[in-house]
Design a protein around this ligand. Structure first.
Ligand code: G4P
Length: 532
C-alpha cells in the first residue's frame, strides 16, 4: 500500500471509502465481495471468500466455528486499492441471530451497498438493515443481482425498492432482457449498451463490449427486448428524478445498477461508483465536540469486539474505526473511559484477507487491537484528549434466559465470563437489582448457544439456561432523579442493571410497559441505548 509516511490525514481522507454490503442471505453478497476484491486486485484466487462462507453456514457446529474464528477476524474487514482510492469493505454477520453485530458495523461505515436478488426483490433481512441505514442517513448504492435468471420485471423492482427504502431510486443502468435472453445493460447517461457474456471468469480491462444503442445490427439481434428496454429508459428519463449527489449523500436518493455478480457483470461499475460518488469519511460526533477526520490528532472508536483464535488465552481483537488523525504503529493511546493506556505495537490491518501487521492508517480505515479485555464496545481512543464518540447502538433484546452455574464452585468464573461476553456484545447481561439469578438477553436463539459454549470452553463455567418470564426490556432515564429513584424502588423486582450499570425495566408483556409508561410520565423508556 503506498501510504507514505509523508501523507497527511487531510489528503488520505479524500481517498478513503469505507462501506458494508447489506443483503438478505443468498442474494449474492459473498460472490460480489469476492468479485470486488478480484477486480481491485486484492486477491488472486477466487474462492477464498467462499471458503469462509462455507464455515459460517455450519451454524450448529460450534467446534467448527471455534476453529474458524481466526479466519473470520481476518476477513471481517477487507481493504483494497482501486483507482488511487483505498476501499475498506466491512463484512456483516450472515446469520440474523447476530443482527445486533451488524447494526454496530453499520455505524463504522460511510456508505452501504445494498444487494438485491432480482428474482426475490426486497427481502425481510434487508429491510431491517435498511432501517438502520436510514436512521443514520447512510448513502446507499443499490445493486440488483442475478439478471442472468428469470427475475421480476425491472420496473416492478424499482417500485418495490422505492417503497421499501422510502427514498428515490435513480437507475444508472437498465437491463435488456433477463434470464437466458439477458443481453446486457444500457448505460442511461450515454445510451450505450454493455454486452453480457456469461461465465466471464477472468478480469480484463475490456472484457465487455460496448455498443451504441442505435447500432442497427444491435436492434436486429436483440429485437423486442431492446425495444422494451429503450421504451422503459425513455419512461425513466421522463418520470424519474435526475441524480443529485447531495441527495444521495444525505441518504435521500439511491443510484441503481443491474448485473450478475457470478458472471462479473456490473462489478466494475460498483467500484467506479464507490470511487466517484460514495463519500469519504466525514466528521463524527463526540459528546464534547464534533471531530473532523482531517485533524492531525488521532481518535478512534471501538465498534466491534471479536474473540480470537486461542480460547485458552482469551485474547480478543477490538475493531477500531479511525475517526481522525494518523495512526502509526507503536503509538500510545488513551482509553477515554478510564484513562488507561494502550500500546499499539501489535495492531492489525486487514489487507486482502491476511492479517498484516500494520504500520500506519488513516480515517475511515479499520485497525484491530488484540487485547485481553482492556477494550470495550463503544470505547473512544485518543492521543490524550478526553472524547467520547456517540452513536453505537445497543438494542433492547427480545428473548431472555436465566443463567445458572451448573457447578456452584465455578460461579466466580461464570461472573467473569458473563461480564466479558457482555462487554464484547456477544450477548446482553442483566443483573437483577433485587438480587437473584443473572439474566441474558438476545435476539436469536443461536446467541445463547454460542454463549453457553464459550462460557464452558473459555471460562470453564458450565451453565444451565432456564426460561425467564420476561419478553421485553427498556432502558429507563429521567430528568427528575427523585422520580427515577421512586420508580426504581417501586418496581425493584422488574429492574436490572446492564453490563455498564445502566438501569433497565423488564416486562413479561407489552401491556406492562404500557401501564408503566402511563403511570410514570416523567420516566423515559428506551428501546435503544446509545453508548455514551
Ligand atoms: P450470500 O453471500 O448473499 O448469502 O450469497 P452468495 O454470494 O453465496 O450467493 C448465493 C447463491 O447465488 C450462490 O449459489 C451463488 O453462486 C448464486 N449467485 C450469486 N450471484 C449470482 C448471479 O449473478 N447469478 C446467478 N444465477 N447466481 C448467482 P449457490 O448454489 O448457493 O452456491 P454455489 O453452489 O454456486 O457456490
Amino acid at each position: 500500500m503506498d501510504t507514505t509516511a509523508s501523507s497527511t490525514p487531510a489528503a488520505e481522507v479524500l481517498r478513503r471509502r469505507s462501506f458494508a454490503i447489506i443483503s438478505h442471505p443468498d442474494a449474492g453478497k459473498t460472490t460480489l465481495t469476492e468479485k470486488l476484491l478480484l477486480y481491485a486486485g486484492a486477491i488472486q484466487i477466487a474462492g477464498s471468500v467462499k471458503a469462509r462462507k462455507a464455515s459460517r453456514h455450519a451454524t450448529s457446529d460450534w467446534m467448527e466455528i471455534e476453529k474458524q474464528r481466526g479466519i473470520s477476524v481476518a476477513s471481517s474487514v477487507m481493504q483494497m486499492e482501486y483507482r488511487d482510492c483505498i476501499i475498506n469493505l466491512l463484512d456483516t454477520p450472515g446469520h440474523q441471530d447476530f443482527s445486533e453485530d451488524t447494526y454496530r458495523v453499520l455505524t463504522a461505515v460511510d456508505s452501504a451497498l445494498m444487494v438485491i436478488d432480482a428474482a426475490n426483490g426486497v427481502e425481510s433481512q434487508t429491510l431491517r438493515l435498511l432501517e438502520v441505514c436510514r436512521a443514520r442517513n447512510t448513502p446507499i448504492v443499490t445493486f440488483i443481482n442475478k439478471m442472468d435468471r428469470e427475475v421480476k420485471p425491472p420496473m416492478e423492482l424499482m417500485d418495490e425498492i422505492e417503497s421499501a427504502l422510502g427514498i428515490e431510486v435513480v437507475p444508472f443502468t437498465w437491463p435488456v432482457g433477463m434470464g437466458k435472453s439477458f443481453a446486457g445493460v444500457i448505460d442511461i447517461a450515454n445510451m450505450r449498451m454493455r454486452m453480457f457474456k456469461a461465465g466471464e471468469d477472468r478480469v480484463t480491462e475490456d472484457s465487455h463490449v460496448v455498443v451504441d444503442v442505435n447500432d442497427p445490427t444491435l436492434k436486429e439481434r436483440l429485437g423486442i427486448d431492446l425495444e422494451n428496454a429503450l421504451a422503459e429508459v425513455e419512461l425513466i428519463k421522463e418520470a424519474m428524478p435526475v441524480f443529485d449527489r447531495e441527495a444521495f449523500l444525505a441518504g435521500r436518493q439511491s443510484p441503481v445498477f443491474f448485473g450478475s455478480a457470478i458472471n462479473n457483470f456490473g462489478v466494475r461499475e460498483i467500484l467506479n461508483t464507490l470511487v466517484e460518488l460514495a463519500p469519504s469519511p466525514g466528521s463524527r460526533k463526540a459528546l464534547q465536540r464534533e471531530v473532523s477526520p482531517a485533524e492531525n490528532k488521532f481518535s478512534a472508536v471501538v465498534f466491534k469486539i471479536q474473540a480470537n483464535m486461542d480460547p485458552a488465552h482469551r485474547d480478543r481483537v477490538a475493531f477500531l474505526r479511525i475517526c481522525s488523525g494518523h495512526f502509526q504503529r507503536g503509538m500510545k493511546l488513551k482509553i477515554c473511559r478510564n484513562g488507561k493506556e494502550v500500546r499499539t505495537n501489535n495492531a492489525l490491518s486487514f489487507l486482502s484477507q491476511r492479517r498484516d501487521i500494520l504500520d500506519e492508517a488513516f480515517p475511515g480505515d479499520i485497525i484491530g487491537l488484540p487485547n485481553h479485555g482492556l477494550l470495550r464496545l463503544g470505547d473512544t481512543l485518543t492521543e490524550g484528549e478526553q472524547l467520547q464518540f456517540t452513536g453505537l447502538p445497543f438494542f433492547a433484546p427480545e428473548i431472555f434466559r436465566m443463567v445458572e452455574s451448573a457447578d456452584p464452585l465455578r460461579s466466580k468464573q461464570l461472573r467473569t465470563g458473563l461480564m466479558q461476553l457482555g462487554e464484547e456484545g456477544a450477548i446482553q447481561v442483566f443483573r437483577p437489582m433485587a438480587g437473584g439469578t443473572m439474566l441474558l438477553g438476545a435476539f436469536g436463539q443461536l446467541q445463547f448457544e454460542v454463549v453457553s459454549h464459550r462460557l464452558q470452553t473459555e471460562y470453564g463455567a458450565e451453565v444451565r439456561l432456564l426460561p425467564a418470564r420476561y419478553s421485553l426490556a427498556r432502558w429507563v432515564s429521567s430528568d427528575d432523579p427523585v422520580a427515577l429513584k421512586k420508580f426504581t424502588q417501586e418496581n425493584i423486582h422488574r429492574m436490572a442493571e446492564d453490563v455498564v450499570g445502566a438501569s433497565v425495566f423488564l416486562g413479561s408483556h407489552k401491556s406492562e410497559l404500557d401501564v408503566a409508561q402511563q403511570r410514570w410520565e416523567s420516566i423515559q423508556f428506551h428501546a435503544l441505548r446509545e453508548h455514551a
